[in-house]
Write a protein that binds this ligand. Structure first.
Ligand code: IFM
Length: 456
């Protein structure tokens, strides 16, 4: 009996010790008080202090892509909204470039709407390309460095019709588009982002099925993952051929996954799985030169692809949130995700600036590549959170720089309010508020804070 007791005590001890090992595997971050001017002494010369947008969310009039069709089906978008004229950026380019200047930003990340420059397969639109060429020239004239994203969720309808991310020739078609972008814009653009949040596009489209193509199928999800990795490699190769000076990367949505209970080993394991599958699978594939997907519940993929090696000159973090992970045998995917315990934004996600520092440390340790915070922002319709949000996340960047992590830039999401995908127009992420009736832009308190923090 005594022996059984001793074995039980040992088992419990080993269990608790394993939990503690997990707990100590990453040093905690104590943020303390955020200084008034967190960036003043930390910024290296050439640091990009910018804002970000995406074509479909702001331009208006994008009718040639998969999202336009998806929005037309009842029930897909909150309140039945459609992107329609969005923030009318297509007709307000000059005004919006002036807003970027007024913020004191020295960089702007935007995306090219593929379906707009190639509405019919193989037939480019000169008018659409000219619009983007003019945008880049205006930015350069204003002293603003462009970062160009090639794919920010929307796919041309002609590609979506034959499988989108899972189409056999997706990488090839995407590389042709990338080459054309390089030919047209390469003289004035150095910074290229092949894909925006391929992990989110795959998850929402093929696991949750709440974005195009509205599928819930692990086998297709794994194929979609592989498609995005191959497409990144093909586009990077094509871009370099056109624009040898190109600095190429991609932007992955990175979430901090913490266990709901630090004394539950199953929660730790579930959090670890979520972290590996969601946060790092794309970058791990690039670093290994292999398309690799190995996540419980999905078919595994592991195939060599040499073009991946060296395809990223930098890595991008889109940071918004922390999730607490609870192992739940009854839940889909065996996990339940909840927001962390801090203040919640209008999107119901925790505002957790320490998380940005934690992720910057981890991404640097894993890949040792220059890092950009390619997106970071908050849905805040009443404008009560944005200024503090900005300052505390800028502080995370400053701390990372002080620790020697090569963060080359920060892009706030977003310049102006915009169409937030299946959430419609309700979430307001803009430094400038858009009145969707008059389309007038007006600065939020966040805009003032952004300008105050801007490198002088
Ligand atoms: O609006 C999105 C953007 O398209 C991708 N990153 C997250 C943003 C806010 O949810």
């Amino acid at each position: 009996m005594r022996r059984v007791g001793a074995v039980a005590a040992l088992a419990v001890g080993a269990y608790l010790a394993t939990c503690l090992v997990f707990h100590w595997s990453e040093p905690r971050v104590d943020f303390g008080d955020v200084p008034e001017n967190p960036l003043s002494e930390s910024l290296p010369p050439g640091f990009l202090w910018g804002v970000a947008t995406a074509a479909h969310q702001i331009e208006g009039g994008n009718v040639w892509n998969d999202w336009a069709r998806f929005e037309a089906e009842p029930g897909n978008i909150r309140n039945g909204e459609r992107s329609g004229r969005a923030s009318d950026h297509w007709n307000r380019k000059a005004e919006d470039v002036a807003l970027i200047g007024a913020l004191g930003a020295n960089a702007y990340r935007f995306s090219i709407e593929w379906s707009r420059v190639e509405p019919i397969e193989g037939e480019g639109s000169e008018e659409a390309w000219a619009w983007y060429e003019d945008l880049v020239s205006r930015l350069r004239a204003a002293g603003v460095t462009p970062m160009v994203t090639l794919l920010h969720f929307t796919l041309p309808a002609w590609l979506a019709d034959r499988g989108g991310l899972t189409a056999d020739d997706f990488p090839e078609a995407f590389a042709r588009f990338a080459a054309e972008a390089g030919r047209r814009l390469g003289a004035e653009v150095d910074l290229w982002c092949t894909l925006n949040e391929p992990n989110v596009q795959m998850y929402q489209g093929y696991v949750e099925g709440i974005w195009p193509p509205g599928v819930r199928d692990p086998a297709q999800a794994a194929e979609a993952f592989a498609g995005t990795v191959r497409a990144h490699a093909a586009a990077a190769e094509a871009l370099r051929a056109e624009d040898p000076g190109a600095r190429i990367g991609l932007a992955v949505n990175n979430i901090v996954f913490d266990p709901a209970s630090r004394w539950s080993l199953l929660d730790w394991i579930a959090a670890d799985q979520a972290d590996a599958g969601f946060n790092w699978a794309h970058y791990d594939s690039i670093a290994a030169g292999r398309v690799r997907f190995d996540l419980a519940g999905f078919p595994s993929i592991d195939e060599p692809l040499e073009a991946l090696l060296g395809s990223a000159d930098w890595v991008g973090i889109n940071y918004y949130r922390r999730n607490m992970v609870r192992f739940d045998p009854g839940a889909p995917g065996l996990v339940e995700l909840r927001p962390g315990p801090g203040t919640l934004s209008d999107s119901g996600i925790e505002i957790y600036p320490e998380g940005l520092l934690r992720l910057l440390r981890r991404i640097w340790k894993r890949y040792e590549l220059p890092v950009y915070v390619t997106e970071n922002g908050v849905a805040d319709a009443t404008d009560g959170l944005r200024a503090d949000f900005l300052r505390s996340h800028a502080y995370a960047v400053a701390r990372a720089l002080d620790e020697g992590i090569p963060v080359h830039g920060y892009f706030h999401w977003s310049l102006i309010d915009n169409f937030e995908w299946s959430e419609g127009f309700e979430p307001r992420f803009g430094l400038y508020r858009v009145d969707y009736e008059s389309l007038e832009r007006s600065p939020t308190r966040g805009a003032e804070e952004f300008r105050r923090l801007a490198p002088k």
